[in-house]
Structures are given as structure tokens and as C-alpha cells.
Design a binder for this molecule. Structure first.
Ligand SMILES: [Zn+2]
Length: 278
């Protein structure tokens, strides 16, 4: 098995929305906002090579929408999706599997691009099977007012039409050393990957625990559809990770790539922060 982690891009989002009911005086101390109350998030993707598969986890915002749309996203820095892959020796054709934790635009947008010649939507990774949970697929296609800004037709429907979609029904192993847990609090059908590598287990915590600050059980995004479920699911993942010495890999944290955990009088907290290395 081979593992890589890279940052596609940084973007900005409202700090209050990222921390839900947590008062600003508390969250702003650990995650300082800019003058517009925005905080910087990263978009780390992981590449997992195992048993003849080259799996890409999440694909960032992509670039299909117009300037007006991206004005509110404040994209800056990062390696870019295709460039980040290239720096690690992969072409788009080399990706055999795209694993989408869920279908919010910052997680799946890079999966579909405008064709070079005709501008028609096509898969960015033409050889890949695209994995989405069945629960998330049905939920996103049906759409709803709360998530309408995040579930964009142009990111989602071309995957369905391509015939490359694999719907995942349940938690468990998908590839050797690569398992997933299906969650429902952030959005129904969010998939969290657990990757077993050289005696270590990496948990790509995605939008369940987007930054190190979200380890605290009630520090949750106001984007979550069902906060109480998020808390329950975080509790399960935190306990399992603490008991088995798993390593968390943060998709969105601006500064922290990884941490392990320890029990404190206040509950489970980060122990050491460190850079990803495999
Ligand atoms: Zn999300």
C-alpha cells in the first residue's frame, strides 16, 4: 500500500457557521477569523494505492461554476487537484476509484469537468469507478432547501449518467485495508474512511470532525442536518480511535494535518499534533 496526502486549495467560510452554537469568544481563540468573520479551511485529499487500485478520496471544489460563484469561496493556495496528483506521479487516467465522502460541492466538485472541446460535462477521472453511499446519493439527488447551495446538479448528475457510479450500502471493508463508516448527522450517508497501513490506522475524519477544534463533542457545524446524530457518531469514532491509537487526518484544518488522542478530565482530546507521513 502507498498513501499520499495533499492540499488541493484553501478556501474561506463563515466562522460562526463552522462552529454552530459555540460562542465566538470561544472558537475565535482557537480558530481566529479575519475581519469579515471568515476562517480559512484546507481541502486535503488522500490517495490510497492498494491491491491494484489507485483510490482518490474527495476532489475539492473543481472549476465548473462562474466567477460570481467562486467570489464567495475565496480559493487561494494549494497544489490544485490535477497538479497535486501529477506531483505524486499520477495522471487522471491512473485513478481507478474516486471515493466521495459526500456530495457537498467542496468535496465532489472536481469529479466532473467541462470537456476540453465541446464544454459538455465529463468525468475528470475517465477510468474511475465513483463510490458514493446509496443514502447520500438518493438524498442529494432529491435535494432540500437546507443543502441546496451545496448539492449542485452539475457536480452530481453527470456521475450518475456516466455509468461509473457505485452505490455503497453499508459500513465495512471496501478494499484491502480500506474500510468505511456511514454517518448521518452532517448529511445522510457521509462516509468516513479508515485506512490500515503498516500497523497504523488513519481516520480521514472529513466533515464529521473537520478540524482539530471539532474534537470537542458539541463543537459542530451549523451545516449539520442532525446535530445530535453528529455528536453520537463523533463519540463512536473518538472512543474507537482512543482505544486503538488511531491517527486522525483532518481534511479542513488550516494548520493541523494529523493528531492522536488522549483521555483528559474534560473528555477525549488531541494529544500530539503532527504532519502526515506514511
Ligand atoms: Zn459537507
Amino acid at each position: 500500500m502507498k498513501l499520499h496526502l495533499f492540499n488541493i486549495a484553501n478556501f474561506k467560510v463563515d466562522g460562526g457557521a463552522m462552529f454552530g452554537v459555540v460562542p465566538k469568544v470561544l472558537w475565535s481563540r482557537v480558530y481566529p477569523p479575519d475581519n469579515n468573520n471568515l476562517i480559512v479551511l484546507k481541502l486535503r485529499s488522500m490517495i490510497v494505492e492498494t491491491a491494484g487500485h489507485v483510490i482518490l478520496i474527495d476532489t475539492g471544489w473543481g472549476d465548473k461554476q462562474n466567477k460570481e460563484f467562486f467570489k464567495h469561496v475565496y480559493l487561494h493556495g494549494g497544489e490544485g487537484l490535477i497538479e497535486g496528483l501529477k506531483h505524486r506521479g499520477y495522471r487522471p487516467e491512473d485513478i481507478t476509484d474516486v471515493f466521495l465522502t459526500h456530495l457537498h460541492a467542496d468535496h465532489c466538485g472536481g469529479s466532473v469537468k467541462k470537456g476540453d472541446n465541446d464544454g459538455k460535462y465529463e468525468l475528470t477521472f475517465p477510468e474511475a469507478t465513483y463510490h458514493v453511499s446509496h443514502a447520500q446519493w438518493d438524498w442529494a439527488v432529491k435535494n432540500n432547501l437546507r443543502e441546496a447551495d451545496a448539492f449542485l446538479e452539475e457536480n452530481i448528475l453527470p456521475i450518475g449518467k456516466s455509468g461509473h457510479l457505485n452505490l455503497i450500502e453499508k459500513s465495512g471493508e471496501l478494499f484491502p485495508g480500506f474500510s468505511l463508516m456511514i454517518c448521518y448527522g452532517h448529511t445522510p450517508g457521509l462516509m468516513i474512511p479508515f485506512i490500515r497501513y503498516k500497523e497504523k490506522t488513519f481516520v480521514y475524519t472529513g466533515d464529521l470532525i473537520p478540524t482539530i477544534a471539532h474534537i470537542q463533542l458539541i463543537w459542530n457545524m451549523s451545516y449539520d442536518i442532525e446535530s445530535l446524530k453528529t455528536i453520537e457518531e463523533k463519540q463512536i469514532v473518538l472512543n474507537e480511535a482512543l482505544n486503538n491509537d488511531y491517527i486522525f487526518v483532518f481534511q479542513h484544518d488550516e494548520h493541523v494535518e494529523c493528531c492522536n488522542l488522549e483521555m483528559t478530565p474534560k473528555g477525549i482530546r488531541a494529544k500530539e499534533k503532527f504532519e502526515f507521513s506514511a
